[in-house]
Design a protein around this ligand. Structure first.
Ligand SMILES: Cc1ncc(COP(=O)(O)O)c(C=O)c1O
Length: 477
């Protein structure tokens, strides 16, 4: 279809623009998540005024076909599908021993294989990579600091980075003393230290259901037990379920997502965080919050931190730059609260310190303002990919497939129709050079054996679309 307007036609110009966009949508030239031409571009292309294009876009927005995103432009909205979100699971009656390590190993091996489409790895920063900026800054740091940059750094972290983190927390309304920040090797080390500060082998740890498999792997390797608390796709942990679980079992600590969860992508509001912290602190139960996805939100505003509501200092916050900038730098952190001494001793015993060069580079990256700018583009790219991938799942997966509606992050969680087994699909997909995460990784029980997690946090290409088509064909109707 050529992009032309007929001035002699008995139809208003803005209506012709509307028909044009609608035609492009039905012919799949424009797909959910695609950005429409800007007002200026289209007005120049069609030789019509900007207000005319604006009138057309306004009408399309009112009709629900497109949406305006602040400072980003107009986008085709995902269609309204009949499919529903994955079902909420019921509360577990008993804590479980965890044995997921060997399957996790296989999934990690699959991701590393050459030529494999990495739908199984959550590496959202690849959608808008910071690698060039970081490489430039790292070169500057090396030439400025010389051998100091590769010396052992302070055990608890590079001071300027800790200050930058404290400043970022101010934006969440939290006053953090840089001395309370312990820099770690990724969020995984932060979670490990936090867990060992508050619990020991044999203890019961409440986790989200489904939960990030790294949490289960930690619980397994530390000889603890996991008690699953259902996660509501829209809101995070159900407070009433948590209340009955801690009434019934001697829960030693909880590990929950701060605002955006993995794999569901649910968003926990400040109100829910407050209720949870008040409930847990009334029973002196520590809460470890995992905030690695907090900055990758699609909601209007970023979610908060459970720290905001802690009165007894029992909340430990873990996060990292792995999802927002550079997973390979392995820079994370822990807000130690009242467990500072124990956390420092554990850090010293396990890894002595964290790469100074990487901390230094990230610290300069943040203070220059580039980190924040990059994240803005990253969020837009991820949101666009989320819409595209959701549309493709609806096109290629069997009817009855349920899909999450993530409020942030980089993954979709699918519940497949009966008859599907996620581990079987994992092995079959690998034969087609596609990696996915089988649902059984995300729970110590078999609750999610029909679910899979796929990542939209990858640079978009025709190959991604083909892989989704192949993956959909592997699932039973
Ligand atoms: C929810 C969640 N927490 C923690 C981590 C670990 O992060 P890091 O790579 O910084 O150790 C991940 C990594 O995938 C994750 O998804």
């Amino acid at each position: 279809m050529s992009l032309t307007i007929q001035r002699d036609k008995n139809e208003f110009l803005y209506q012709q623009v509307i028909s044009m966009i609608r035609h492009m949508e039905s012919a799949s030239t424009l797909r959910p998540g695609d950005r429409l031409p800007s007002l200026r571009q289209l007005s120049e292309k069609l030789s019509i005024s900007i207000p005319t294009v604006k009138q057309a876009y306004g009408e399309l927005e009112r009709q629900g076909l497109i949406e305006a995103r602040p400072k980003s432009g107009y986008f085709l909205k995902p269609s309204r599908y009949d499919a529903k979100q994955p079902k909420r699971v019921s509360l577990s009656q008993q804590p479980e021993n965890v044995s997921r390590q060997s399957l996790i190993e296989k999934v990690f091996d699959a991701i590393q294989q050459d030529g494999v489409m990495p739908l199984g790895v959550a590496n959202p920063s690849a959608v808008h990579s910071s690698d060039k900026a970081l490489a430039r800054i790292m070169r500057q740091v090396i030439s400025k600091a010389g051998s100091r940059a590769i010396a052992y750094g302070p055990m608890d972290g590079y001071e300027p980075l800790k200050r930058q983190l404290a400043i970022r927390y101010l934006e969440l309304g939290l006053q953090v003393d840089p001395h309370e920040v312990l820099v770690t090797n990724g969020a995984q080390e932060a979670l490990s230290i936090a867990l060992q500060c508050v619990a020991q082998a044999g203890d019961i740890i409440a986790v989200e259901s489904p939960t990030y498999f790294g949490v289960l792997e930690l619980i397994e390797s530390l000889g603890m037990m996991a008690l699953e608390i259902p996660l509501c796709p829209e809101e995070g942990v159900w407070v009433s379920d948590l209340a009955s679980a801690i009434e019934e079992h001697e829960v030693k600590a909880c590990i929950f997502s701060a605002s955006i969860s993995n794999p569901l992508g649910s968003f926990m509001s400040n109100e829910t965080q407050k209720e949870i912290v008040e409930l847990l602190e009334s029973k002196n139960i520590p809460m470890i919050e995992d905030d690695v996805y907090g900055d990758l939100y699609f909601t209007e505003r970023r979610g908060g931190s459970a720290q905001l509501f802690s009165k007894k200092g029992l909340v430990l916050s873990c996060s990292s730059f792995s999802k927002t900038a550079a997973p390979g730098y392995r820079i994370g952190w822990l807000l130690t609260n009242r467990f500072a001494d124990k956390a420092r001793r554990l850090k010293r015993a396990y890894s002595c310190s964290t790469s100074l060069l990487n901390q230094w580079t990230l610290s300069e990256f943040i203070s220059s303002g580039e980190y924040e700018r990059n994240m803005r583009s990253l969020r837009q790219g991820l949101r666009r990919n989320k819409d595209r991938m959701t549309a493709l799942v609806h096109r290629y997966f069997p009817p009855g497939t349920r899909v999450s509606e993530p409020q942030g992050g980089g993954v979709l969680w699918l519940e497949l129709p009966k008859g599907n087994d996620s581990e079987e699909i994992f092995y079959r997909a690998l034969e087609h050079n596609i990696s996915i995460c089988p649902g059984s990784l995300f729970s110590p029980s078999d609750k999610f054996s029909r679910c899979i997690r796929i990542s939209f946090g990858i640079p978009w290409s025709g190959k991604v679309e083909n892989s989704l088509q192949q993956l959909g064909a592997l699932c039973h109707k």
